[in-house]
Design a protein around this ligand. Structure first.
Ligand SMILES: Cc1cc2nc3c(=O)[nH]c(=O)nc-3n(C[C@H](O)[C@H](O)[C@H](O)COP(=O)(O)OP(=O)(O)OC[C@H]3O[C@@H](n4cnc5c(N)ncnc54)[C@H](O)[C@@H]3O)c2cc1C
Length: 492
């Protein structure tokens, strides 16, 4: 590990004391979350009405937290820069959400989801947090089904599952290629219910400019009304950041251009420590760059790797139509190198392998920066209607962008910047190094270690928002309400 002595002398950062997670419970791992919940102080319903929470961001993490805290009776105020909570970038999530329900009876369990996540993250995750996540995954599905989220179902009516990279079981619940959108509509409805009940106030088209810290505690935010330009201050007993990731620090990523890291960056400038900034995820299945005019890249969901086979021509610089290249002249390099996982290796492995074969001259498409993702076998085996039912909207997206019909010609894909495992440091309670500033969803450095497995970001965002934060923030709020503040305070 680097020490202050071995690091280069730079003004870009300072090396502080090691940060201890004082909230992390000990004891058997499967009992830690129950122990923390039991030991966290309670707030009685009458006192909750006197306590206020500001939430920045109303994606899956922020909406679910706001709805749950509102339902519990706290006064919640939310801010987002889109024109509606429904437009948060969570809406872009296509493939699915993991849960250890073991509906397929294929050997899945809470322990296996925990194990896969820790192994997939190259053993860099916090094990207590990941175990909690695996335990809560089953509750998320029940919560969302109760809200009416239209998960895909099998012919018999049971919820369907598919597989994602890095695992050998089927535990990914999905709603066609629109899982994030459907989950967000569920969370949004729960949020709107609280708006109608008067516990949540929603401010859209507002951008957070700063966190207000008074006596070492986060007590409010400075925001800009993006319609009028007016700067406002808002105060509360605690502040929650649910402002998403920072992939757009890279020139091209799969994130919408609106996703920026301003909220977490400004909190960092106020003293909230940042963890693992270099842990960023390159997703293996994106539509290749087509030219200098592009501002972002488009993801082709990893779920396509359930049925799609990835290959490149064995001959370097091959220029034949892929349909004219016979089987023996194709290299299904993932199936060859990783026979037990095949095309479903974790994202980091698949991305590195694609770059390597392209670097060796086997890449296809303009500039040789692409590999084939071929669903021909699946179309022949199950028929086009079955493939359409599972992946239809992804095929439409691909055709609209590339003007190639993926039912007839294999898709071309290439790795692209996609997700950030790093983020603001949080303890087991999801509290940052600033008292009263909590960070949830992709904005925190979370549970994914050095590499996130597919379909586990939605799981983490909703676990944080529906189940973890509402239990841990009450331990902090139990000491409140804190001193009343207004815009005349010097910190504002
Ligand atoms: C194309 C794509 C597909 C994906 N598919 C999957 C998938 O299939 N399965 C999966 O598990 N994960 C998937 N992911 C990852 C997952 O969607 C995200 O990690 C997750 O949705 C992030 O949710 P969030 O609530 O943390 O943040 P977001 O949904 O990004 O929400 C951020 C919120 O913060 C607000 N905000 C940010 N900054 C400010 C500011 N300064 N002031 C005010 N408001 C601010 C925004 O307005 C927004 O409301 C995908 C990601 C992408 C990009």
């Amino acid at each position: 590990m680097n020490t202050a002595e071995t690091l280069p002398p730079a003004d870009y950062y300072t090396v502080g004391d090691p940060v201890a997670d004082e909230k992390a419970p000990s004891g058997p791992i499967e009992e830690r979350w129950d122990a923390r919940r039991f030991n966290a102080k309670l707030v009685n319903p009458a006192n909750r009405r006197k306590l206020s929470v500001i939430i920045i961001g109303t994606g899956l993490a922020g909406s679910s937290a706001a709805a749950t805290l509102g339902e519990a009776g706290y006064q919640v105020t939310t801010f987002c820069y889109q024109d509606s909570a429904r437009r948060a970038h969570s809406i872009a999530a296509q493939g699915g959400i993991n849960a250890a329900k073991n509906y397929r009876n294929d050997g899945d369990s809470i322990h296996r989801l925990f194990f896969d996540t820790v192994k997939g993250g190259d053993f860099r995750s916090r094990e207590s947090n990941v175990y909690r996540l695996a335990q809560l995954s089953v509750d998320i599905i029940d919560q969302c089904v109760a809200q009416g989220v239209p998960f895909a179902r099998e012919y018999g009516g049971l919820l369907d599952n598919r597989s994602f990279g890095g695992v050998q079981v089927s535990r990914t619940f999905y709603a066609r290629g629109q899982t994030g959108q459907q989950l967000l509509l569920g969370a949004y409805q729960a949020l709107e219910r609280q708006v109608a009940a008067g516990t949540v106030q929603v401010h859209s088209r507002h951008e957070m400019l700063d966190v207000i810290i008074v006596d070492g505690r986060a007590r409010g935010v400075v925001v800009r009304d993006m319609t009028t330009g007016q700067i406002e201050t808002h105060f509360a007993d605690a502040v929650v950041l649910a402002s998403g990731g920072y992939s757009n620090v890279f020139f091209l990523s799969t994130n919408a251009m609106g996703c920026n890291v301003t909220a977490t960056w400004r909190a960092h400038r106020k003293g909230a420590l940042f963890a693992n900034p270099c842990f960023t995820q390159i997703h293996p299945t994106c539509i290749p760059v087509s030219g200098a005019h592009q501002s972002k890249l488009t993801l082709m969901s990893e779920s396509l790797r359930n049925d799609g086979r990835i290959w490149v021509p064995k001959k370097r610089g091959e220029d034949r139509d892929p349909r004219d290249i016979p089987e023996q002249e194709r290299d299904y390099y993932l199936e060859r190198r990783y026979p037990s996982f095949g095309n479903l290796v974790p994202r980091d492995v698949a991305s590195r392998a694609a770059k390597n074969v392209c670097d060796q001259g086997h890449g296809v498409g303009p500039g040789g920066l692409g590999v084939y993702l071929d669903l021909t076998d699946a179309i022949e085996r199950t028929g086009r209607p079955a493939v359409e039912a599972k992946y239809g909207n992804l095929f439409d997206i691909y055709e609209q962008i590339t003007d190639e019909d993926p039912y007839r010609v294999p898709m071309r894909i290439y790795p692209a910047m996609h997700y950030t495992m790093g983020g603001l440091w949080v303890d087991y309670d999801l509290q940052s190094t600033i008292a009263g500033l909590f960070v949830i969803g992709e904005a925190n450095f979370s549970d994914h270690g050095a590499n996130r497995l597919g379909a586990s970001a939605l799981m983490q965002g909703l676990a944080d928002g529906y189940f973890v934060l509402p239990n841990t923030i009450r331990d902090y709020l139990a000491a409140g309400p804190f001193e009343k503040l207004d815009a005349s305070h010097s910190a504002a």
